[in-house]
Design a protein around this ligand. Structure first.
Ligand code: URA
Length: 189
């Protein structure tokens, strides 16, 4: 797959896992395809499934606020998910479903070539950083793979459920802002 068109066609015509049977829309991604920073969630929820866009429900509204708190918005970042179809009742995507879908994310990564990846929550961190990643223990730590800086923070839905996670999430977002600004400065030189 070498173009967005090919990727979109492949996603729309994908029936590799059972999530295809219950989806309304395939949720491929949203934002700036030339961005240097990419945010990865878990999978579409109800609103995302209905609208065909990632993070447009309550968790998305919080994500927008957190992006705005560090001077970013959807015109500056790219947002995608580990699985592109909604798991029924918002359950965690199964390993087999993640495996069936992960190549689409790899192609997205190759098309965008971001310099910073932000994993939102455990599912994304385990799929991207390490299968035994523990979000409470290892959030906020920077990793580097293939010249890309990677960090995990709490999923916005977890922040909606547990207010005490908000402060550490803000610290992570400040660290993300710093990394992003450093990148912008080196690009300007
Ligand atoms: N939660 C996610 O992980 N992704 C979305 O797109 C929406 C909610």
């Amino acid at each position: 797959m070498r173009s967005w068109e090919e990727l979109e066609n492949a996603c729309m015509n994908c029936y590799k896992c059972p999530l295809a049977q219950t989806r309304t829309n395939v949720v491929i991604g949203d934002g700036n395809r030339k961005s240097k920073i990419m945010f990865i969630g878990e999978g579409p929820g109800q609103q995302e499934d209905l609208q065909g866009k990632p993070f447009v429900g309550p968790a998305g509204q919080l994500l927008d606020k957190m992006l705005s708190s560090i001077g970013l918005d959807r015109s500056k970042v790219y947002i995608a998910n580990i699985v592109k179809c909604r798991p029924p009742y918002n359950r965690d995507p199964e390993k087999t479903e993640q495996e069936a879908c992960i190549n689409f994310l790899r192609y997205q990564f190759l098309l965008i070539r971001p310099k910073i990846l932000v994993c939102l929550g455990r599912i994304a961190a385990q799929a991207i950083i390490s299968p035994d990643f523990r979000i409470t223990k290892s959030r906020g730590i920077w990793y580097n793979r293939k010249n890309c800086d990677i960090i995990a923070t709490y999923h916005p839905s977890a922040l909606l459920r547990d207010e005490s996670k908000m402060h550490p999430a803000h610290i992570d977002f400040q660290s993300i802002q710093q990394k992003y600004n450093e990148l912008e400065q080196t690009n300007e030189q």
